[in-house]
Design a protein around this ligand. Sequence first.
Ligand SMILES: [Zn+2]
Length: 380
Amino acid sequence: MRFRDIIGQEDVKRQLIQSAREGRVPHAQLFAGRLGVGKLQLAMAYAQYLNCQHPTAEDSCGECPTCLQFEKMQHPDLHFTFPIVKSDAGDTCNDFMDDFRKMALEKRYFSIDDWYETLEIENKQAVIYEKESGEIVRKLSLKAYGEGYKVMIIWQAEKMNITCANKLLKLLEEPPAKTLFFLVSEMPERLLPTILSRVQLIRVPPLLDEQITQALIERGTDEQNAADIAHIAQGSYLRALQMADEKEDNQVFMEDFVSLMRWAWMVGHKKDYESLLKLRQWSLKMADAKMGREKQKAFLQFVQRQIRENYIYNYQLPQVNYQMREEKTFSSKFAVFIHSGNVEKIMNELDKAERQITQNGNAKIIFFDLCLQMIVLIKK
Ligand SMILES: [Zn+2]
């Protein structure tokens, strides 16, 4: 990764480049800052810069053999340590390095939750185990492959268990030659004080709203949404990404929900059988394999929320009504169709559809059945 691939953080970049150019690179540094500000990315770009064969005053060259290997996270002198959950798949980072590399290269920015998702683990806490310290010692005692530094990047360093942390401490006290430790942490206060006292702190501040807005726009979010999201993301690009994805999904979901309700009503009330064909098309679209089970479930949950909110809308209690602006506009006309006479039945149908999707039922049948139920149930 090059510095130019990282959003904002110009001051930190300048500071890192300067230390490299002046040959004053502390052997242990801690990149600390909140979620999604680019800590790990800065550590990786710094490692690449320090080893690049033709670095400029602003960045690594991106073309020399070393750069190419660093970009792929494949250089023999670049090592990573990160939390894992011991399993049949393995008990040290080596066993999970391919997964980690794949995720990092695909996502560029990622959180511990992304890592859990990659590993397909739930309700477990990943740890940097004691055994890992042996691996760290082993890797750093290998002869360097290139002329540059051996770099050990420890992501989520606060997740080191105490034995591992103490062994690392020994290394930090007597570091092997030409070896650098870059610790990366969202919660540096959880690191041992003895470790904290031996690392140079690199504070990575929250990103500016404009920087997040710009990054979202480049990723395809429209300008107004990007600015709104950046404002609530509080300097975290990852949090902004999450919100942008949800918002885009919800906009599409809202359109699909409105279509379902409108056409069901047209068939049920107006006896407009053209709309029945539209419902058929709609159910095929929803059942399409491109949609995927997870998204189908998310849509059905979205509709359940909308039905609940429309029911509540009738009582005019803004304090318990959680809707976005465009959702409220729709409710102003639609809410009268959701009342005590049908709300429970509609919710049951949606719940049933969601369960059937979860159980791998035939999505075409499930969604078309749902349409037929809505035709009967949506009335004043
Ligand atoms: Zn290079």
